[in-house]
Design a protein around this ligand. Structure first.
Ligand code: MN
Length: 296
């Protein structure tokens, strides 16, 4: 196989084909993905029915199941953290590369936001196992450099009608005009949007500027949105806080032993004015079941 279209086709037809791609085939795909991602702004603005996914962290099996079930949605918005802490060998490579190939074939439908694990080149995160994994599988760090080009071209946030979506946090003080014009690698935006947590989060990270309910309310008003959906935190999966305006979801089998509450996706169905207007489904049993959002 050498033709880029054939590589994309083979994986679209059978996701498991991603497991047999060699280094040069992957490199070709990454170059395509970069050229598509470079065409997106830091803030992706969308319309229509959307399914949001939290962190997948190398959980290729879950990603396949989500794509299979929700492919009919207008957009699948992934909230970042595709790599590291994978549940099975090479899961990060398969999960991320599969998603990038989907992006190449369905650039409007598949939206891949940046998580803090895709930001290690700018702000180190722990654990960052991905580079070592590339070296073990392909014998050199060369492909990792290509993946970093992909990471640095990923958008930071999405706005879907009333819903602002990002991996971790908000950009305090920003209005819509500011978000529309921000650089994808603006250091303040990276740390704030990709790393931050709500101030009441139990997680200590050492990066990011935590946001209060007041910060969130002001930010959402300024950008004319009503709800913030984020990933980043395995321990508060499916919990809405700050007056039902901030929902955290997590979408990986990993971190179960550390309190991960479920493999969740959130769908829009009509107008969204509170987090609990989003419909949650859980895949932690291997079957899709409706999930009751917890409000705090
Ligand atoms: Mn994260």
């Amino acid at each position: 196989m050498s033709n880029g279209d054939e590589i994309v086709d083979s994986v679209i037809n059978d996701a498991d084909e991603v497991m047999s791609l060699d280094g040069s085939e992957i490199e070709e795909c990454l170059e395509r993905a970069v050229s598509i991602l470079e065409g997106e702004k830091a803030l992706v603005e969308l319309d229509g029915d959307v399914v949001f996914l939290g962190d997948t962290h190398g959980d290729f099996e879950t990603t396949k199941a989500v794509v299979e079930r929700f492919f009919d949605a207008d957009h699948l918005v992934f909230l970042g953290d595709y790599i590291d802490r994978e549940p099975s060998l090479w899961g990060s490579i398969y999960n991320l590369t599969y998603l990038l190939l989907l992006k190449c074939r369905f650039p409007e439908k598949i939206i891949l936001l940046k998580g803090n694990h895709e930001c290690n080149y700018a702000i180190p995160c722990f654990p960052y196992e991905f580079e070592g994994e590339i070296i073990r599988r392909f014998g050199s760090p060369r492909l990792h450099t290509k993946y970093v080009e992909v990471f640095s071209s990923m958008p930071l946030a999405a706005l879907v009608k009333n819903v602002f979506a990002a991996h971790g946090g908000i950009l305090k003080g920003a209005d819509l005009e500011c978000l529309r014009n921000i650089g994808k690698n603006d250091p303040v935006a990276l740390e704030s949007v990709v790393w931050s947590d709500p101030v009441i989060s139990p997680v200590f990270r050492g990066a990011g500027d935590p946001f209060t309910e007041e910060d969130l309310t002001q930010f959402l008003e300024r950008i004319q949105a009503k709800v913030f959906i984020r990933g980043h935190d395995y321990s508060t999966s499916g919990i809405s806080i700050y007056g039902d305006r901030c929902l955290t979801i997590f979408s990986s089998r990993r971190y179960k032993e550390m309190g991960n509450g479920g493999i969740l996706v959130a769908r829009t169905d009509g107008e969204i004015s509170r987090a609990s207007d989003l419909l949650l489904e859980d895949f932690s049993t291997g079957e899709w079941v409706q999930y009751e959002m917890v409000r705090r």
